[in-house]
Every structure is written in structure tokens, then in C-alpha cells.
Design a protein around this ligand. Structure first.
Ligand SMILES: [Zn+2]
Length: 249
């Protein structure tokens, strides 16, 4: 680390749990963020400000006016632009040292598998079940830690599936793809502005802890937030031995 980096990251370096060693791990790390919306905005902002060396951000959408109520990485000037380009531009104003790869696609299949394989941690900041299950399957196959978040109305949830650990549950163990799942689209549902900020920030915190190798991760627990009453609940996650995604691994 050079002198500027020692200053920029001094408040991390002062933490005995992180120190120079942990900060260096962040600088050497590569995070994949899928979705540059309400969850991806705070997640990307904190991973960039905290100095995660490489970020790959995927999103196929463009910025529109309805996004700005909660998708805090975007600016008025970016309306009409691709979300990933808008996010990359904002991140560069905070920490130009971070290398940001912008992928303006809804990734799936082999493309997604290759992106997951290249990452040290995966943040699911997407807004639909098909993508969530595809990300989970790729993380199971590649044994990558998955930090999963969701939020609609006043209700949020966040979990870590550390799939490097063979005993860990996966997203599908919890939310089976074959079950009747109502895909609550943000396009038609209300979302309390800071809800996605809270959940996306917890995702950033868990990703940073995994990358810096500090603390105890949220692995094996699901946190549920009722922001209307500001109540958190924690649920222990059980691996499903019949799980369609991870039983055969
Ligand atoms: Zn599973």
C-alpha cells in the first residue's frame, strides 16, 4: 500500500480485526454484484469506498426517474443511460483506484458461470426469482460464497450461503424453485426508500467480512426486517438433503 492508500483506508487499518493485512485482502479481492438497483447501489458504493480492488457490476436496465427514490448510485444526469455505466461513473468519483467492470446484460448460463468463477464473493442484488436461482446454482457449482438480499414494501431479508462449506444451505434449500413463488416485481410494488439501503448495506458488510476474513459471517442464518416496526428476526437455515440445487454436490 502506498501513502495515499494508508490514509484512505486508515479507519479500517486502525481496526485490529482488519489492519493492514485485512485491508490488503480487500485490495486483492474481486466481488461480483448482480443488479445495480436499490440493493446494488449501497453494496457497490461501500465495496468501492472500502477498497475492494475489482468490482464486476451486471445490470441490463437503464436509469429512469422512478429509480432515483432509492437507487442511490445513480444521478439525475444518468437518466436514460445504462445503469452499469452510471454506477461505474459514480464509483469513480469516490474511489478511482477500484477497477469496475460494467456488464450491461441480464446474465445467465455460461456467461454467469464464468463471472461467478472469476469472483471471490457474489452479491445477489437482483429483483427476480429466475435470476436468484441461476446465481445460486452457479455459486453451488463453483463453491463461492453468496450474499443474498431482497426487499419490497417495508420487508427485507438478507442471508449468506457460504458454499465453500459443504454443510452450508443454499438459496434453493430455502426457496424452492418448484414452489409457487409470487414474483413481486419492483415495477408494480411500492418500496420504502431506505429499506433497500439497509439490506444492501448489510450485504456490503457481510461481503467485506468474508473478503477480509474477519468476524463471524451471517452464514446459516436469514435475517428478516420489518422496517415498518423496525423489528429484525433471525432464522436458522437448514440444508435440504433433497435440494434440487445442492443435494448432488
Ligand atoms: Zn440447496
Amino acid at each position: 500500500m502506498n501513502d495515499d492508500q494508508l490514509l484512505r483506508y486508515s479507519r479500517h487499518i486502525l481496526l485490529p480485526e482488519i489492519g493492514v493485512e485485512g485491508q490488503q485482502r480487500l485490495l486483492d479481492a474481486h466481488a461480483l454484484i448482480i443488479g445495480a438497483g436499490g440493493l446494488g447501489s449501497p453494496a457497490a458504493l461501500y465495496l468501492a469506498s472500502a477498497g475492494v480492488g475489482r468490482l464486476t457490476v451486471c445490470d441490463g436496465d437503464n436509469v429512469d426517474l422512478t429509480n432515483l427514490q432509492r437507487q442511490i448510485v445513480h444521478r439525475v444526469e444518468s437518466i436514460g443511460a445504462r445503469k452499469v455505466d452510471s454506477a461505474r461513473a459514480t464509483l469513480a468519483t469516490i474511489n478511482p483506484e477500484v477497477e469496475v467492470a460494467a456488464i450491461a446484460e441480464r446474465v445467465d448460463g455460461e456467461r454467469l458461470a464464468a463471472l461467478v468463477a472469476a469472483a471471490d464473493v457474489v452479491l445477489d442484488c437482483s429483483d427476480n426469482f429466475a435470476t436468484r436461482h441461476a446465481i445460486n446454482r452457479a455459486c453451488v457449482r463453483q463453491r463461492k460464497p453468496l450474499v443474498s438480499g431482497a426487499g419490497v414494501r417495508f420487508d427485507g431479508q438478507v442471508a449468506v450461503f457460504d458454499l465453500r462449506d459443504p454443510a452450508s444451505a443454499c438459496y434453493e434449500c430455502l426457496f424452492s424453485e418448484t414452489a409457487e413463488t409470487e414474483d413481486t416485481r419492483c415495477a408494480v410494488m411500492g418500496v420504502f426508500a431506505p429499506l433497500t439501503g439497509i439490506i444492501g448495506t448489510v450485504q456490503a458488510a457481510e461481503a467485506l467480512k468474508l473478503l477480509a476474513q474477519v468476524g463471524t459471517s451471517l452464514n446459516g442464518r436469514l435475517l428478516l426486517l420489518d422496517a415498518l416496526n423496525m423489528e429484525w428476526r433471525a432464522m436458522k437455515l437448514q440444508r435440504d438433503p433433497q435440494c434440487a440445487a445442492c443435494a448432488a454436490r
